[in-house]
Write a protein that binds this ligand. Structure first.
Ligand code: ZN
Length: 693
């Protein structure tokens, strides 16, 4: 249920769950345990907060090492999400000291952060919320803050105050928009002192604070206030229209074009973005409504969304030129930046000017971030934003904060800090497609690519093995970081569909690893044309199909790319009874060299890896060695285990060649650190007769 479908928000407090919370987190104190419990209740409701939005606190006493009992504020740390908080996510602060800060006339953001950090009781705590002083200045034991959709629907309106009064009467105080920080903390404290008996404060175009003596009281007041706002919106909003717009062209076609246009710094190392698409019924209905053209020009629901979605989305109509539309957005952003930056005393560095949300009626919302995780956050915010703006419009007109306020939030150092300053991994922002991904080498390559930060499209014809591979990758690298596409590379249409899936799931592809292959042990005298064709269809024609589709997507994006073909040491050092395999791999390597020549003008590098004697990756055995091994072992009078040892001793370095080594070579080529194309890199421990020549 959602705000637009009636009153959905209600208390989910349960005495039993509260007792369980005390049992689980009671070591940190009963009050903090209950604080964690109701914080999670708020965090789990996406109509209240999304991804790190909102914050909560509790006040009590802290016992120091010397045994002193001092007043303490536990407030949510910056960067954690309410739905997953633990007691350790609530840094403990010297409350008596913080209260005294209220006497100051002004306090810069940097000094505020410094004051908070230097008055922690545990130096290893995370940074307290940017709204920590607001919590400190309020007298109440429990304080809960959300950016509830329903509150934003009413406050992002020309008569926001009137609507809130109508919904909540005298239960709350109402404060016009003030940017978070010291002045807001003081203003909230003052209005609460002047207001007598109230349950909370509504901050226009920002959100709701509620408070109470107990965790339950503050939480239940919070949800009751939100529910009353939902009820009013439901009562007053005009009914929805039910228009629909047909998709002008498929998502798989438009996504790579947009992804290319949104990349910044095209050329040597473009800063790409990864996409998440939302095209559910409600999204399509909102985009089909006549109001969408006006709403697309309005700002975010609450200011802290701006760091995820930019101030406004880009709306692209059916007949619009994509490149011209993106260019116009960038120009608008540049004006927005220059106009606001000119009023500041400090010099600001402009962030990239590309939209993060592209609305395409008939197709949906295409949301972008520097990783799949960031794109998902932008998409979740966008779904709530579309719904809330549309409700606001039906209430008489959605009205956002002016650009200047959104700018202040987007460029606030404390907001940007939430995005983290960790150095980007070498393949972050990129999407990799690997064929034969469920096999031993494929698994090793996928692991290495994911560790380097790439999102993954795993292609294989073995559905069960593929599901297992994705099932192991996703928990390690995040929801949506890897998808499975069942396809046989010898089927042109299936390969095309796999690339389309990649475009629908991530917006496109940057790294392609044609790795699917089959082996066949047979002397030439017994090798039928049908057998040779079967091997060739996968090992050679399959690579050709993969290269062809890769080129199609690379061309649409216009941001270069990298192809790393998994060839074989057999190309240079063939062995008897292995004709079909060696010849097809030789053809694949040759076609890779042609691709290197043909794709260079697109900025695409094509290289190959000749691996040898990779028997398994973890528990995944090599299909090739399952086919070839028994015969080779028999002819040498060895067991399979001895065969592995035999191959190890055969190479110059006496190295055990592993799938992770192939993965490291793929990551090296994909990183583009050297201007190399058309090359073949052996990963075989050194075999003189297989040296590339
Ligand atoms: Zn807030």
């Amino acid at each position: 249920m959602t705000a637009s479908q009636g009153v959905a928000t209600r208390s989910r407090w349960s005495d039993e769950a509260a007792r369980a919370a005390i049992a689980r987190w009671g070591a940190a104190g009963e009050q903090l345990a209950l604080r964690v419990y109701t914080s999670r209740l708020i965090g789990e409701d996406t109509d209240l907060v999304l991804h790190g939005g909102g914050n909560t606190s509790v006040k009590g006493t802290f016992r120091t090492l010397l045994g002193d009992e001092v007043e303490c504020l536990w407030v949510k740390g910056s960067g954690s999400s309410l739905d997953k908080v633990e007691p350790r996510d609530f840094p403990a602060l010297d409350l008596a000291y913080l209260r005294r800060l209220r006497a100051l006339d002004a306090l810069s953001d940097e000094e505020m952060v410094n004051q908070l950090r230097t008055h922690l009781f545990d130096a290893s705590s995370p940074n307290p919320s940017v709204e920590a002083l607001l919590h400190a200045f309020l007298p109440h034991t429990f304080v809960d803050h959300s950016h509830a959709d329903a509150v934003l629907v009413l406050t992002n309106h020309a008569d926001g105050e009137g609507l809130i009064r109508e919904a909540l009467g005298k239960r709350v105080a109402i404060l016009p928009y003030i940017m978070p920080g010291f002045p807001l903390a003081k203003a909230v404290a003052e209005i609460v002192e002047r207001s007598g008996e109230i349950e909370g404060v509504v901050l226009i175009k920002h959100g709701l604070f509620s408070f109470g003596k107990t965790a339950k009281e503050s939480y239940e007041r919070h949800v009751e206030l939100v529910a009353a706002c939902e009820a009013l919106a439901e009562k007053k909003a005009a009914p929805r229209t039910t228009a629909s717009v047909p998709a002008a062209r498929p998502l798989a076609e438009i996504a790579p074009l947009l992804r290319g246009l949104l990349a910044s710094d095209p050329g040597e190392s473009p800063k790409r973005l990864v996409m998440e698409h939302r095209g559910g019924r409600e999204v399509l209905a909102a985009l089909a409504d006549a109001s969408v053209a006006r709403l697309a020009g309005t700002g975010t629901l609450t200011p802290d969304h701006v760091i995820r979605t930019k101030a406004w989305p880009l709306l692209v109509g059916a007949g619009d030129d994509l490149a011209a539309s993106v260019k116009r957005f960038r120009e608008r952003y540049d004006v927005y930046f220059e106009r606001a930056a000119a009023t500041k005393t400090t010099k600001l560095k402009k962030l990239d000017s590309a939209p993060r949300v592209v609305l395409v009626p008939g197709i949906g919302a295409l949301c972008f971030g520097k990783s799949k995780a960031d794109a998902i956050i932008a998409a979740d915010i966008t779904e709530h934003t579309l719904r809330s703006k549309w409700t606001g419009e039906r209430l008489g007109g959605y009205e956002s904060l002016p650009d200047g306020d959104l700018f202040d939030m987007e460029y606030w150092s404390l907001e940007q800090a939430k995005l983290g300053k960790a150095a980007e991994r070498v393949l972050e922002r990129q999407v990799a497609l690997v064929t034969g991904a469920a096999g031993a080498i494929g698994r090793g390559v996928c692991d290495a690519l994911a560790e380097a930060g790439a999102a993954l499209v795993l292609v294989d014809r073995d559905e069960a093995a593929l599901a297992k591979a994705v099932g192991e990758l996703e928990p390690r690298f995040g929801r949506g970081s890897a998808i499975a596409v069942v396809a046989d590379v010898s089927d042109d249409a299936a390969v095309r569909a796999a690339f389309d899936r990649a475009c629908e799931a991530f917006g496109g592809v940057d790294i392609v690893v044609p790795n699917a292959g089959i082996a066949l042990v047979r002397p030439l005298a017994e090798l039928s044309g049908a057998d040779a064709r079967r091997v060739s269809d996968v090992n050679y024609i399959g690579v050709l199909a993969t290269l062809r589709e890769a080129e199609r997507v690379f061309r649409a994006q216009g941001t270069g790319g990298s192809v790393i073909v998994s060839a074989s040491k057999n190309v240079f050092a063939p062995g008897k009874d292995f004709g079909a395999y060696s010849a097809s791999k030789a053809a694949a390597l040759q076609i890779a060299k042609i691709a290197a020549i043909e794709l260079a003008p697109l900025g695409v590098r094509v290289n190959a890896i000749n691996a040898d004697a990779v028997f398994a990756h973890g528990e995944t055995p090599s299909g090739l060695w399952q086919e070839v091994g028994p015969d080779r072992a028999k002819s040498r009078g060895l067991t399979m285990a001895e065969l592995e040892e035999f191959y190890r001793n055969r190479n110059l370095l006496r190295a055990k060649v592993e799938a992770k080594h192939v993965g490291a070579a793929v990551v090296f080529f994909a990183s583009g650190k050297t201007p190399t194309t058309g090359a073949t890199l052996p990963v075989d421990g050194g075999i003189a007769e297989a040296f590339p020549r």
